[in-house]
Structures are given as structure tokens and as C-alpha cells.
Design a protein around this ligand. Structure first.
Ligand SMILES: [Zn+2]
Ligand SMILES: [Zn+2]
Length: 411
């Protein structure tokens, strides 16, 4: 299948997915930003030395191991980039008698409030109180102050992260905001101190606060099972060849590489993905996809690779439909699979993987799948699909009796 045909097929598939009204389970999105933690001290360390609780939680979510701030690795550019879904410098202005700085493009709170007609209480920003230095959302025509989030600003006394956590728990339980952004600043300050023990202590604390936040969400009668949480950083810190953990701000790998850990009912579980490359500017569009609002001025993409299906295929129906409806596993599928290996052509991909031909559930399509498929016919052995591509089967009752146009097909 040539590229053109393949993109037509993918377009049909997307239309099909949309037309069958496969709405997402997610009703709430919570973004948590941990300021300036290097990936080697977070989920980039498989043993979870400094993030033991988040590392445990990875069995319930999807870790993107190739997530970056590839633009400017400082907080004042990167945090607004996560809001706007693009990088663009803040602008100075005078607002309500104060000198302030604001976003030049709409933020995801504004997109959500416009697109979903949300009251302010349903879009929240929890951050320490930086007073008039607090970066503001946009004044963009059609968006702007009427659509800003409600700000929850604990005073900057004592432990900032703890104060933000307490505020966040209160507002989540009380208001059940549809879209929340929770900013935990302390790890960055600790890193700048140059005191490794202090830096690590703040990471351990952030780890426990984020895990506790997830527990709070899962204990809430409304938000449990319907909330997607995405945890990220604005930037990393210098790798040891470029100045070490004390600083950040250049384009070294340590500064650019960040955590992107996502949990939710529509995402994969217990999986690490590392392609395609993700940006912190992709979070806004991904939140929009889940909740159903547009982010027209964002340059980011929807992080499709995080989504866990369900996918439109029947495991073992190797050639996918091919004129026979409803989809079924028949002898012709063995022939098709053997021919596939002979020609090694690239086809039948769903989400980048030939999922219907993985018979034995190892998320590979190799010779042993032929053997397994033959065993299915001979002795009734189970067909086990790939866990990373959960099939939408049995399909919903409202599927039309005949094959819908564009049902995935290998021909
Ligand atoms: Zn910093
Ligand atoms: Zn650096």
C-alpha cells in the first residue's frame, strides 16, 4: 500500500472512530508541573530511587520516555508553553494598575472555558501567590479575562509545595474542576541551591505529593475513574557534562529531557513509549482531545501514542474485514499471514502496529504467530491480542449490520 492509500485508510479510520461515537471516558484533566527535575532523577531512573511512588504508579499509566522542552529551558518560557500549547514569550503590560506579564496566545483554560462553556470554577490554576508577578493568561480576541481560570494562590510562607498541594486537594474535592493546572515549584529552587541532599529531598516530597494527589482523585466519587492526570516538568537540569544539577537553561540533553507521565481511563497502562518525540507543548492539544475542546493557536499535537484504544480490529482477523462481515478469524487469515511474511509489505497498521496479526500477545508480529494461529484452528488455543492495542471487541451494539465504509482492511 502506498503512502497515499495508507493516509486515506487512516483518515477513514479516524472518521469511523469518530462516527461510532467513541467518546473518551475522561471528564477531568489535571496537569501537574514539577519545576526543574532532571529526568535521571525522576522516571528516567528505572529503579525509582528518588521517585519511588511515581515509579510504582507507572503500572497504571503510560510513561513517555522521549518528552522534551526543545525550545527554551527556563520556567518563564516553558510553563506558559504548557498552557498555550506553544512557545511564545510573555509580554509586559499594565493591567488593573499593575505591571504584569501575559500570554500572547490563548491558554488551555481559555480554550476549555470557551469550547465547553465552563464557569470559572471549572478551570483552575493552583500556584503559590506571586502577587502581580503571576503570569497571566491571554487577552486574545474571543478568549481573554472572561475565560481565565480561577486562581488558587496559597501564601508564600513555609513549604510552598505543601501549600499548593493542600489548596489543590481542597479545590479538587470542592469544585471538581474540568481542567486543572497544579504548579509545584520547590524542586527547582532546591536544585539551584547546589545542595544535592536538599534537591533530592524536594524530589522525594514532590513524588509523594503527586501520588497523594492521584489517591485523592481516585477517592473522589465524581473524579475517580474519569480523570486523566499528566505530570511533567518545564525543563530538566544540566547533565553532568554541562554544569550538573545546580543549573539549567541551555540546550544540553539534561535540560531538554523531561518527564511526561500520564494516567487516565483513555490511556495505555503499564507501558513506556518513546516515539514519536513529544513536547511539553503537546499537553494542551491532548487535553483538548480528551475533553472535546479545540486549541486552534497551539502548535502542539495530540499525543496519540498515549491513547490505549480501543482499536477497531479483531485479534486473529489478520486481513481485517477484506469483504467478510462481521470480522471473523478464518482459514484465509493463516494464508494471509504467511503471504505477509513472504512479501513483508507494510500494511494493516493500526496506531503503527499490525495488531490483528499478533496472535500470541507478545506485541510482535513474527513467525510464531503463524504457529499460534494454526494452533487456534487445530486445538482451539486462545488468540491473545497485544495489550498495548486493546481491541474494541465485541464492538458496540450500534454498529451497522454491514461493514461501515472504511473499516480497516489490509487490501
Ligand atoms: Zn530554575
Ligand atoms: Zn543544560
Amino acid at each position: 500500500m502506498n503512502i497515499f492509500k495508507k493516509s486515506i485508510a487512516i483518515a477513514f479510520l479516524i472518521l469511523l472512530m469518530a462516527s461510532i461515537a467513541w467518546s473518551y471516558e475522561t471528564e477531568y484533566v489535571v496537569v501537574v508541573l514539577l519545576d526543574g527535575i532532571r529526568y535521571t532523577e525522576s522516571l528516567g531512573d528505572p529503579s525509582g530511587t528518588y521517585c519511588p511512588l511515581l515509579t510504582d504508579l507507572t503500572s497504571e499509566g503510560v510513561v513517555h520516555d522521549s518528552a522534551f522542552n526543545d525550545v527554551i529551558t527556563n520556567t518563564r518560557n516553558a510553563v506558559p508553553a504548557t498552557w498555550m500549547g506553544r512557545f511564545y514569550s510573555l509580554q509586559d503590560t499594565s493591567y488593573l494598575g499593575n505591571d504584569v506579564q501575559f500570554c500572547r496566545y490563548p491558554t488551555f483554560w481559555e480554550y476549555a472555558r470557551v469550547g465547553l462553556s465552563l464557569p470559572a470554577s471549572k478551570a483552575v490554576y493552583v500556584t503559590p501567590d506571586y502577587g502581580t508577578s503571576t503570569w497571566l493568561p491571554s487577552f486574545y480576541p474571543g478568549y481573554g479575562p472572561d475565560y481565565w481560570p480561577s486562581f488558587h494562590h496559597p501564601e508564600r510562607i513555609g513549604d510552598y509545595n505543601l501549600a499548593v498541594f493542600d489548596s489543590a486537594v481542597t479545590v479538587l474535592k470542592r469544585d471538581h474542576p474540568v481542567i486543572s493546572y497544579i504548579y509545584l515549584p520547590d524542586s527547582d529552587h532546591a536544585g539551584h541551591s547546589g545542595d544535592w541532599e536538599y534537591y533530592i529531598a524536594e524530589i522525594l516530597q514532590a513524588d509523594s505529593l503527586v501520588a497523594a494527589l492521584w489517591d485523592t482523585i481516585q477517592a473522589d466519587p465524581l473524579m475517580a475513574g474519569k480523570t486523566t492526570m499528566m505530570v511533567t516538568n518545564d525543563h530538566g537540569r544540566h547533565d553532568d557534562d554541562h554544569g550538573g544539577f545546580q543549573g539549567h537553561g541551555d540546550d544540553c540533553f539534561g535540560c531538554r529531557h523531561v518527564m511526561l507521565f500520564s494516567l487516565g481511563p483513555d490511556f495505555k497502562r503499564n507501558v513506556h513509549v518513546d516515539s514519536p518525540r513529544a513536547s511539553i507543548a503537546d499537553i494542551a492539544a491532548t487535553a483538548g482531545e480528551l475533553l472535546g475542546f479545540d486549541t486552534p493557536y497551539s502548535t502542539g499535537r495530540v499525543l496519540e501514542e498515549l491513547f490505549g484504544g480501543p482499536y477497531q480490529y479483531l485479534p486473529g482477523d489478520v486481513n481485517m474485514y477484506n469483504g467478510i462481515w462481521p470480522p471473523s478469524v478464518i482459514g484465509g487469515d493463516v494464508t494471509y499471514l504467511v503471504n505477509y511474511f513472504r512479501s513483508l509489505s507494510e500494511r494493516c497498521l493500526i496506531g503503527g502496529f499490525y495488531s490483528s496479526a499478533d496472535i500470541n500477545g507478545d506485541c510482535l508480529v513474527i513467525g510464531s504467530d503463524v504457529t499460534s494461529l494454526v494452533q487456534y484452528f487445530r486445538v482451539g488455543a486462545d488468540i491473545i491480542g497485544c495489550r498495548d492495542y486493546p481491541p474494541a471487541w465485541p464492538v458496540p451494539d450500534d454498529l451497522p449490520p454491514g461493514a461501515p465504509e472504511g473499516w480497516p482492511n489490509c487490501e
